[in-house]
Design a protein around this ligand. Structure first.
Ligand SMILES: Cc1ncc(COP(=O)(O)O)c(C=O)c1O
Length: 400
């Protein structure tokens, strides 16, 4: 074990020679990518609803068990298109602040006014009990986020939305391959949106998708995603270029084919994290409920700084220097980011659980290129840092 002065933050050698990031690339092998790309070049069909994009729509819909999957250029565009496909150009949408800012930014772009809701401390997702008091005559929709792949109260939010005649959409950017009571998370709400960003468990470098069982919603989303005349037409008030290219669709298809093996490997690494970090003082790892399954892409830990001896930020600083690039998701919360933070409606907003999570949550690296030995080494470092917490905290406070 390193002596307190030997940690990289104080001039020692980092534990890892190369940075290990959260959201490691789950890229297929090069020969598979080469074959796919050769086909694209031979066909000379690069975009505009080519054969791979159409194949991906079908494959992803089948994977989710929904009628329609509408692939787009990224997860943010998926949310923008989804909001417009639901028919809204204005009105309030109840949404968590504790999410990647794109969730709120996209809905705001589409003309909706975010009404920030606090989240459950146990699941980090919003609940029907928290959303209910925020409903006003101007509310048109609830946008839940299946954060870390955890189901965002699908049944109780559906009941609430039905009671008040609201649309219900889910940002499922983190949730490819995750299920709730055996059902893929894409099956809940009026629609769900996905991201295939490079950091996601299924990735197309960039990419996204809208999933729905509703034929009309799907027709509108297809119309909005493209100005291309070859697409299906439905009555919509705005269109955009949100098409998924053939290169993206090729990567997405390869990545989808490897989803199960990537989840299995993620789960094995997550179990090591759980076994090694779960019993350390002040460390609480989020794990799926017995009736849910996860893709395990996110290893999410809530730190109780009193019990751990180090705050989340102090631990992250020490780990970063060791090239263990944990993420302080999501700090600050979206309501405390521009443009929302500067708006009078949000300036005095208090979301106690969100603010606590923004202070205490840290996400550890996982994903295909990582080995189980990497995880063991990361856990050794965390354990050693916590054992020396008292000395390290004093050192950090001295050095500012
Ligand atoms: C919860 C959530 N929603 C939306 C997005 C936006 O997805 P994209 O990066 O594909 O635009 C992300 C991106 O990471 C996300 O984490």
């Amino acid at each position: 074990m390193k002596h307190p002065d030997q940690w990289a933050l104080f001039g020692g050698k980092p534990t890892f020679a190369q940075p290990l990031h959260v959201g490691q690339l789950n890229l297929p092998q090069w020969d598979k990518i080469e074959t796919t790309f050769r086909g694209i070049f031979e066909r000379q069909w690069y975009t505009n609803h080519g054969p791979l994009a159409r194949e991906f729509d079908i494959a992803f819909a089948r994977h989710l068990g929904v009628k329609h999957a509408i692939a787009v250029s990224n997860g943010t565009v998926a949310l923008m298109v989804a909001a417009r496909a639901l028919g809204f150009e204005q009105g309030e949408v109840i949404v968590p602040s504790f999410t990647f800012p794109a969730t709120v930014q996209a809905l705001s772009w589409a003309g909706l006014t975010p009404v920030f809701c606090d989240v459950s401390a146990a699941t980090h997702t919003l609940t029907a009990e928290q959303a209910r008091p925020l409903i006003t005559p101007s509310t048109v929709a609830i946008a839940g986020v299946h954060l870390w792949g955890q189901p965002c109260a699908p049944e109780s939010l559906a009941a609430l939305a039905e009671e008040f005649g609201l649309a219900l959409l889910f940002d499922a950017a983190h949730a490819v391959g995750c299920t709730h009571h055996g059902r893929p998370l894409g099956q809940f709400g009026d629609l769900a949106t996905f991201s295939f960003h490079a950091t996601k468990v299924v990735n197309a470098a960039e990419g996204g998708c809208i999933a729905t069982d509703d034929d009309e919603l799907a027709a509108r989303a297809r119309t909005i995603r493209s100005f291309h005349p070859g697409e299906h037409y439905a009555a919509v008030t705005a269109r955009i270029n949100g098409k998924m290219s053939e290169a993206q669709a090729g990567l997405a298809l390869l990545s989808l084919a490897e989803l199960e093996s990537n989840i299995t490997a993620n789960r094995s690494r997550h179990i090591i994290y759980q076994q090694r970090l779960g019993d350390l003082p002040g460390m609480r790892l989020l794990t799926p409920e017995a009736h849910d399954t996860s893709n395990h892409q996110y290893v999410t830990v809530v730190i109780d700084s009193e019990r751990a001896g180090l705050s989340r930020d102090q631990l992250a600083l020490l780990l970063d220097a060791e090239n263990i690039m944990c993420r302080r998701y999501f700090a600050p919360g979206t309501h405390q980011l521009p443009p929302f933070r500067d708006h009078p409606a949000y300036r005095t907003l208090s979301l106690p659980v969100t603010e606590r999570l923004c202070r205490d949550v840290i996400v550890f690296p996982n994903g295909a290129p990582m080995t189980e030995d990497d995880v063991v080494k990361i856990c050794d470092v965390v354990e050693a840092l916590l054992r020396q917490a008292h000395t390290l905290r004093a050192k950090l406070e001295r050095t500012g």
